[in-house]
Design a protein around this ligand. Structure first.
Ligand code: SF4
Length: 714
């Protein structure tokens, strides 16, 4: 493995030093960007956020922060913050400032009109992974218990739905079973479709620290030679969308070479025979032409994984954002079950989540059912929540409604007439954004609730509701290792902006269901979700804000303050027979592929400086200056053939749309593949197709066919 520094002295000399503005006081929070869950303190002077520092001895980041975290206080003071409610008669006239009462009255009136005229499901609500768990819970209570639409989802469908679906299929419930401490005990790490170095830098720091103490093999599976791949022991440059074939072949070799844990399989799993029958067909020789990975390399990796006393897999969007996303997750779980690598130190299948509170929405938002991982299909679950909320059980639908990715086609088809967007920006984030723009224009009424009033989706809205940001309110986030952390309010929101919880509570009042959310305080919501979580997989009942602050977060299930670093340590799962399920998976190649007309694979992803659609990071000079515009990475062989060189402007064209972008010639992408960061408006999502995974309904952002032409103004 490469080391970044020649010596400790070299490390010290090359440390980046950031000037820290003096502060009167420091408020303890958890970072509001990614799911790593770093402890971060906000320095406050004269009521203004002026600085941040990593929380020393925090169990996640031990004082370290990445670029985004270091400049996070600038997001609070950035231009374009929403300070007043805005309203207009239609999306082509200018907004005008209005009172909260006027904005909420109009919104409630339109919601009632649309639901009364076209039916309850004609209104859709799409939220986020950015607000606090208490706010998610309150929103779910309002939507499921008050509004009653079944078209309710979060933008986490765009990033984590396949992980959720895969965990449910294998283990009977959502919930990443491992933790970051597993790096300290593992003997082998497989990392699928994850550029940890850029996308989760502090988790990479944890991995690197573990490797400095004790070497173990790191295998990165990624079509692109990412910085993570460059630092791995083995890089498998897999053909896009073929992970399932590789995973079946790895299982094939583990079985063939008698490396399976028969005792674990016998005691804690079912479905083994059908699984064996399927993977028997996936020899490394069969997998080689499909995956592009030599059979001998597949055998070598399978032996390393199978012989380790403890082996773990991590993954992010390279697995999830695929038409086989859910199957890919199940296949990773299959491999872990085959070798008994679940619930033990160093042995896990750990999805690295995306947004800072993507986990919170999974646990308590009611997007995928009812709070506490309850299901709408389960009568007992409906009855429990109806009783606790004081609503009629028959008000709940008995099966789950549409996901975000199915709601937009319904808008296009005229079935959904009204939309409430909360801290999400589909005008930039959804695939095939030309179509999304048309859909947003089709709506009779759109309300956008966000911290920035220049968010792209507000262009199509009738009402804009200004929300408070992270650190302008108190509440909790859950990170990728199920650690619930507390964010204390550090500063007041700007102008008349309100916390999302206050907005939900005021909206409930206007909709005449104020009894559901009588107190817009996070502590009250936290006590409610603690009560209903008791005995559920995500048990919060032993938690308190004081304990969360003192410990730097606690991992659920937490019937006591102790918490639980790992799930399934006793081999009991959340299925009817308490056993995990092996699931036999066949590979069906259903995605768009490059052809003579569109000969390149387009892959999209993040860069270290930016976060999602840049609503926050696009306002921060210290991040923007390092990554001001999009670019396309192109292999030198392709660049030579097309007569292109770095900094040339080119048109990247798919069957859906095109963008003009500058070239960066590199060897980090293979010939025939290109990579474009997805953060920029009117960018890569003009070209993406976004076919959906059949289980999770997550789009395949990472595989689209495109052609490239030199840009000319003549
Ligand atoms: Fe924030 Fe993630 Fe960076 Fe940590 S790694 S500082 S959580 S963006």
């Amino acid at each position: 493995m490469l080391t970044l520094f020649k010596s400790n002295a070299d490390r010290q000399a090359r440390k980046v030093k950031v000037r820290r503005n003096p502060a009167d006081r420091w408020a303890k929070t958890i970072c509001g960007y990614c799911s790593t869950g770093c402890g971060i303190e906000v320095g406050v002077k004269d009521g203004r956020a002026v600085s941040v520092r990593g929380t020393k001895d925090h169990p996640v980041n031990q004082g370290k922060l990445c670029l985004k975290g270091i400049w996070e206080f600038e997001a609070i003071n950035a231009p374009n913050r929403g300070t007043h409610p805005l309203m207009r008669d239609d999306p082509i006239t200018p907004y005008r400032r209005v009172s909260w009462d006027a904005a909420l009255t109009r919104t409630a009136t339109e919601f009632r009109r649309i639901m009364g005229t076209y039916g309850r499901d004609a209104l859709a609500v799409v939220s986020t992974g950015q607000i606090y768990t208490e706010e998610f819970y309150a929103l779910g209570k309002l939507v499921r218990g008050g509004l009653g639409t079944n078209n309710y989802d979060g933008n986490t469908t765009l990033c984590m739905a396949s992980a959720v679906s895969g965990y449910k299929r294998s283990f009977g419930s959502d919930g990443p079973p491992g933790c970051y401490d597993d790096f300290d005990a593992t003997e082998c790490l497989l990392a699928f479709g994850s550029n940890l170095v850029e996308c989760h830098p502090v988790i990479y720091y944890r991995l690197k620290t573990a490797l400095e103490r004790r070497r173990f093999p790191v295998v990165v599976i990624d079509p692109r030679v990412t910085v993570f791949a460059q630092n791995a022991d083995i890089h498998l440059a897999i053909n896009p969308g073929t992970d399932l074939v590789l995973l079946n072949a790895l299982a094939h070799v583990v079985l063939e070479e008698r490396l399976a844990n028969r005792e674990y399989i016998e005691n804690y799993t079912n479905g083994f025979d059908a699984f064996v029958e399927t993977v028997t067909q996936y020899s490394p020789e069969y997998a080689e032409p499909i995956t592009g990975i030599p059979a001998s390399t597949i055998r070598n990796v399978a032996r390393i994984y199978g012989r380790a006393n403890a082996a773990m897999s991590i993954w992010t969007m390279g697995i999830n954002q695929s038409v086989h996303g859910s199957d890919g997750v199940v296949a990773i779980n299959n491999l872990a079950l085959l070798t008994g690598n679940i619930g033990k130190p160093g042995g896990t299948s750990l999805s690295i989540t995306g947004q800072c509170n993507a986990m919170g929405t999974r646990e308590f938002s009611s997007c995928s059912g009812l709070p506490g991982y309850r299901q709408l299909e389960n009568q007992e679950h409906r009855a429990e929540i109806a009783k606790y909320w004081g609503v009629d059980e028959s008000f709940f639908p008995t099966k789950l409604g549409k996901t975000m990715t199915d709601i937009f086609p319904d808008i296009e088809a005229g079935k959904v007439k009204g939309l409430w967007l909360i801290a999400t920006n589909p005008a930039t984030s959804m695939p095939d954004t030309h179509r999304i723009a048309k859909s947003l224009s089709n709506l009779e009424f759109l309300v956008v609730q966000d911290v920035f009033e220049n968010v792209d989706s507000a262009e199509y809205a009738n009402v804009f509701l200004p929300a408070a940001m992270w650190a302008e309110k108190t509440g909790t986030f859950t990170n990728s290792e199920r650690r619930v952390g507390l964010v204390r309010k550090a500063v007041e929101p700007p102008g008349e902006a309100k916390s999302d919880l206050e907005i939900f509570s005021a909206m409930a009042e206007k909709l005449e269901v104020g009894h559901l959310l009588p107190s817009p305080t996070s502590e009250v919501m936290f006590e409610e979700l603690k009560t209903i979580s008791k005995g559920r997989p995500c048990d919060y009942s032993g938690l308190s804000y004081d304990a969360l602050e003192r410990e730097g977060g606690i991992q659920w299930p937490a019937p006591t303050e102790e918490g639980s670093p790992r799930l399934y340590a006793d081999g009991h799962f959340h299925t009817a027979d308490r056993k995990a399920r092996f699931i036999a998976l066949e590979f069906h190649d259903i995605n768009e592929r490059p052809d003579d007309e569109y000969p390149f694979w387009l892959n999209t992803g993040r860069v270290i400086e930016h976060w999602h659609t840049r609503t926050k990071t696009g306002q921060i000079g210290n991040l923007n200056k390092f990554s001001p515009i999009p670019y396309v990475e192109m292999n030198s062989i392709d660049a030579n053939q097309l007569g292109m060189t770095s900094l040339d402007s080119v048109r990247v064209i798919s069957r859906r749309g095109e963008m003009t972008v500058i070239v960066q010639v590199t060897e980090c992408v293979a010939p025939g593949m290109i990579f474009i960061p997805f953060h920029f408006a009117k960018g890569s999502n003009f070209m993406t197709l976004g076919l959906l995974d059949p289980y999770s309904r997550q789009p395949a952002y990472k595989q689209a066919a495109v052609k490239i032409e030199k840009f000319s103004v003549l």
